[in-house]
Design a protein. Structure first.
Length: 259
């Protein structure tokens, strides 16, 4: 199902509710991301940040509300099941336009670095392997791993694996890139090399939504900072405003703890 929202954001999340059983995980969430913008989502553990990203990527269905990518609207309601087949096609189409980088890298362990990057464009997008390989090598160079193309993931450090995961996410040429705590699983000395790659993407105008606890990164790179608590967006605005002059007591309490 596809229609037009009449709004200008690349990503529009509108009125989204999501529950697991009786646990309400997202409550009336609205989020707009403009093309080329970097949005950082902050919030305590369990506040719904990962669920929000999973909803954006259609890994989870919403109970109410909708997610739209560049005006292509995909929404669900409990009464809307008759449109499911059409929606599933739209979901698949939309998902290929969104890249996702996880905390735990999730590389294919049996494939080489190059094969990891080449996999999705060839198998999901049906593109020519020889062509994709050229691009994949360029992407590996972009994340500083040109010399690791033939290595296996287990031969790489966590920071290197995460940079491969970023190259892999870029390989399908997504319009939007989602990061879920991309540096949380890394040893402290490896965090910087991954943040530097994300900063370079931001600088190049890639549209990013990043869940992170790295406040310094948020202050430096984010256009918009969103603070979530208990399934709600309690505050959002320019990074400097939300981080240095938070208005909501929950935001203040959270930042006092992490800063
Ligand atoms: P965050 O990423 O901010 O830590 P999550 O979105 O992972 O938060 O989780 C929000 C809440 O939803 C938590 O209470 C979590 O336990 C719960 N939750 C997440 N996924 C599931 C699931 N598949 N089934 C049941 N509860 C879930
Ligand atoms: Mg999470």
């Amino acid at each position: 199902m596809s229609t037009t929202t009449g709004t200008r954001g690349l990503l529009e999340v509108h009125g989204v509710h999501k529950s697991y059983g009786t646990l309400e995980v997202l409550h009336d969430v609205d989020l707009t991301v403009q093309p080329g913008e970097v949005t950082v989502i902050l919030g305590p553990s369990g506040s719904g940040k990962s669920t929000l990203l999973r909803v954006v990527n259609h890994l989870e269905k919403v109970d109410r509300g909708f997610v739209a990518l560049d005006g292509d609207l995909i929404g669900y309601s409990r009464s809307g099941d008759t449109l499911r087949e059409l929606k599933e096609k739209a979901v698949l189409a939309q998902r290929t336009q969104i890249g996702f980088v996880f905390q735990s890298f999730n590389l294919f362990p049996h494939l080489t670095v190059l094969e990891n990057v080449v996999e999705a464009p060839v198998s999901a997008q049906g593109r020519k392997r020889s062509e994709v390989e050229v691009e994949a090598r360029e992407l590996l160079a972009r994340v500083g791993l040109a010399d690791k193309a033939d290595a296996r993931p287990r031969q790489l450090s966590g920071g290197q694996q995460q940079r491969v995961a970023i190259a892999r996410a870029l390989a399908t040429k997504p319009r939007l890139l989602l990061f879920d705590e991309p540096t949380s699983a890394l040893d402290p000395e490896l965090v910087g090399e991954v943040l530097d790659v994300i900063k370079a993407l931001a600088h190049d105008g890639t549209t990013l939504v990043v869940v992170t606890h790295e406040i310094g990164f948020a202050r430096e790179v984010a256009d918009t900072v969103v603070f979530m608590d208990s399934g709600r967006i309690v505050e959002q605005g320019p990074a400097a405003q939300v981080i240095d002059d938070p208005q909501h007591p929950r935001t203040k309490a959270f930042l006092d703890k992490v800063l």
